[in-house]
Design a protein around this ligand. Structure first.
Ligand code: XIL
Length: 359
């Protein structure tokens, strides 16, 4: 006790000295690529659309994490806990706990929630994938599910991705999912209608990836949208996931964005991340790559910010910190730094780029 007590002032002096020198005790990354948080937050700099973040529980229990959410973002999307295999893993047994936690957190903090995603082939629970009933019963299950979810969060979740990734990567055709097989080629139209019937005020989106770079896919999606508009299908917006890289050509992003604007729908950059190492040619995050990533974030945000206000909905980044990114898990890509914050919660140059794009 005595020893400890006698050393305390000494420790305090060292700590004070470190603070004076501008050192952080927990720092273990290259200081050059860290940007201290500027006085303006992303959400305060963005005056015409919502800046959002994908998130999940139990991250929402961490103060270091929620402080940044509440300072920087106006909207959240559940990264995976509002998908069908989480909410309805077993036929007839809804599990709302995670989705409720996310929505309740958002409501308590005055954040918007974008609902993601009602129908997605990758998050279809096994019981529905291997459904033994008739096609009519299958469709009823889907209808019941969409109705239950959208109704539960009516007034709290103001927008939904109704169908995620319904178009295939090749040949510009519909993706051959169990929904297409069981409910027919018009299954997306039916799903939009189910969602609209459950909450007529909800903004309903079609969401997909590589819409800026895959021409055949882009054509097919806009062809569907034109058809749906003629048929008065209740669709209000298109989501470009925007899982891109620092090498994604600007003109492709611009062209796809122009098409969305011309469609008259809301445009959402719904899952933005920008890979700094798409060709796996670096093993540490270099200054040069950090700069290239900053410029790409700036470019993307500028392109979005320049669209007419009537098409604006938001930009959501897919994860807060580099080490949280789905890309590390899903593409086995351990050397990747695709987000706005580093593993120690420090804002990166990527953050600065986003902010610059808003100015
Ligand atoms: C990913 C999540 O990031 C992962 O945590 C989850 O395990 C699988 O799904 N396109 C989408 C998102 O629409 O739902 C995906 O999210 C990433 C690709």
């Amino acid at each position: 006790m005595n020893v400890l007590f006698s050393k305390a002032p000494f420790h305090f002096l060292i700590y004070f000295f470190l603070i004076l020198m501008g050192c952080s005790v927990k720092d273990d990354i290259t200081p050059d690529i860290i940007t201290p948080l500027p006085t303006k937050s992303l959400k305060s700099a963005s005056t015409s659309f919502s800046v959002g973040l994908s998130t999940s529980t139990p991250k929402l229990d961490l103060l270091s994490y929620t402080q940044i959410i509440e300072r920087e973002f106006e909207s959240i999307t559940a990264e995976y806990q509002m998908k069908m295999n989480v909410i309805l893993p077993v036929k007839g047994t809804y599990n709302w706990s995670k989705a409720d936690q996310i929505v309740n957190y958002a409501v308590s903090k005055g954040l918007k929630v974008h609902g993601h995603a009602l129908v997605w082939h990758e998050s279809t629970p096994d019981w529905l994938l291997n459904y033994q009933g008739t096609d009519v019963q299958f469709e009823q299950e889907v209808k019941d599910y969409i109705t239950a979810v959208v109704s539960r969060y009516k007034g709290k979740v103001a927008s939904w991705d109704v169908v995620n990734e319904g178009v295939s990567d090749s040949a510009g055709s519909l993706r051959n999912t169990v929904f297409k097989q069981r409910m027919g080629d018009d299954y997306m139209v039916k799903c939009f209608q189910f969602a609209h019937d459950a909450d007529p005020d909800s903004k309903l989106f079609y969401n997909d990836y590589n819409l800026e770079t895959n021409q055949a896919k882009q054509n097919k999606v806009f062809e569907l949208i034109e058809d749906w508009k003629l048929r008065k299908v209740p669709i209000h917006g298109i989501g470009f996931q925007m899982h891109i890289s620092y090498l994604t050509p600007k003109d492709q992003i611009q062209t796809a964005t122009n098409k969305a604007v011309a469609s008259g729908l809301l445009l959402f950059y719904s899952e933005l991340d920008i890979r700094a190492n798409p060709n796996k040619d670096i093993s540490t995050f270099t200054l040069e790559r950090s700069e290239a990533q900053r410029l790409k974030f700036k470019e993307v945000v500028q392109i979005y910010n320049a669209i007419p206000i009537s098409n604006k909905f938001g930009i959501t980044v897919w994860g807060l910190k580099d080490d949280d990114s789905w890309l590390l898990k899903h593409h086995n890509n351990f050397n990747e730094w695709p987000l706005l914050f580093d593993a120690n919660f420090n804002a990166k140059q990527a953050y600065t780029g986003f902010l610059e794009g808003l100015n």
